[in-house]
Design a protein around this ligand. Sequence first.
Ligand SMILES: Nc1nc2c(ncn2[C@@H]2O[C@H](COP(=O)(O)OP(=O)(O)O)[C@@H](O)[C@H]2O)c(=O)[nH]1
Ligand SMILES: [Mg+2]
Length: 225
Amino acid sequence: MICFAEKDRQDVCLTQGKKTYLRHEMIIHETKYLGSFPDVEKCPNTEMPEYAFIGRSNVGKSSLINSLTGRKDLAHISKKPGKTQSLNFFLINEKWMLVDLPGYGYAKISKKQRTKWQTMINGYLQKRMNLQCAMILIDSNVSPQKIDIDFINWCGMNSIPFSIVYTKIDRLKPAKRESNIQAFRDALLEYWEELPREFVTSSINDEGGEEILDFIEEVNKDFVY
Ligand SMILES: Nc1nc2c(ncn2[C@@H]2O[C@H](COP(=O)(O)OP(=O)(O)O)[C@@H](O)[C@H]2O)c(=O)[nH]1
Ligand SMILES: [Mg+2]
C-alpha cells in the first residue's frame, strides 16, 4: 500500500492499484485546563475557535469530553467543589478551545441559583464572539424532554449555532437507537423545518468521537479572527 498526502487531510492510498481514501483523525496531543470563569466578561482570550458542551446534568458531558480528548479525567478538574457553576475552559492543541458548561435541569438547586445559571449561560452563548458551535448533549436513552427542546429553541431564537450530540448510545439495541433518535427528531420537527447537524456517541466505546473531531477540524479551518 502506498500512501501520500493530498489536500491537507486526506491520504490517497493505492492498494493493488485501487485508489482509496483514508481520512486523518485529529490527534489531540495537548490539553490544558485554563480555568473556571463566572461570566463571559472574565473568560480568556477570544482569538481561537471555541466549542461549548452543554446539556442536562448527568447527560454524559464530562465523559464525552474525556473520551474526545483521550484523557481520563480532564473534565473532572471542573468537579472541584464550587467550580461546577462556572464556565470551564480547556485549550486543545494550542489551537482551539473546549468549554464545559454546567448542566441544566438539576432539580436540587434553588430558584436563585437557577436564575444565576441562566444569566451566566445565556450571557456566554449570546456574547461569546468566537463560539463556533454549542454542542447540545441529549441522552439517547430517554424520551424527548421539554427542557432540552426549550433550550434548543432558545438557541435558535438567539441565532446560536448548535449541533445535537446523542449520548450513551451503547446502552441501546440497534432498533431502539433508531426509534429513540427519530422520536427526538420528530419533537424538533414540531418547531423546526430543518434538523440540525447531529452526532451519535458513546463514551464507553468512543463511538462518534471521530466525527465530532472531524467536524471541529473542518470548522477550525474556516475560522477567521
Ligand atoms: N453507558 C454509558 N454511560 C455513560 C456514558 N457517558 C456517561 N455515562 C455515565 O453517566 C453518568 C453521568 O456521566 P457524566 O459524564 O458525569 O455526566 P455530566 O453530568 O453530564 O458531566 C456516569 O455514571 C457515567 O459513567 C456513555 O456513553 N455510556
Ligand atoms: Mg460533568
